[in-house]
Design a protein. Structure first.
Lengths: 79, 79
């Protein structure tokens, strides 16, 4: 079973990397960009188990390792 | 208009970061993990334009800055 975990910064948390990308896109001639926020994505391959159990495990992985829940949100998608 | 660009490593490209995460999850007691690949996600806010034009612009941004198309794939999603 494949799952995708997306980790993004919470609203209000400064994102200097996103700001830098926004500046670089402007410098490359792209206009009309209101903002860029960068996050991380993890494609995880899990050995056979049902979707509910996988989702529980993935949430535990996010809480323990993949996301810093003080400043980041995560979302889990079973593919 | 909001868009999400996801950049992932192509199949066959080594992903030491993903391997390290896989090892760390194993050390934390999570079992049955077949593999982890890490990628990047960009949430981009674009000033009003139609979806087709936005998609063209976003593809150009990926080719020029956001993705290294030698080793990475990108996908564009208009939200």
């Amino acid at each position: 079973m494949k799952a995708r975990v997306t980790v993004t910064l919470k609203n209000g948390v400064l994102d200097p990397q996103g700001k830098a990308i926004e500046g670089a896109l402007g410098a490359l001639g792209f206009s009309g960009i209101g903002g860029v926020r960068q996050g991380k994505v993890f494609d995880i391959e899990l050995d056979g188990r049902d979707a509910a159990a996988a989702r529980t495990d993935l949430a535990a992985m996010c809480e323990k390792l993949l996301a810093n829940t003080v400043i980041e949100n995560y979302s889990i998608e079973i593919l």
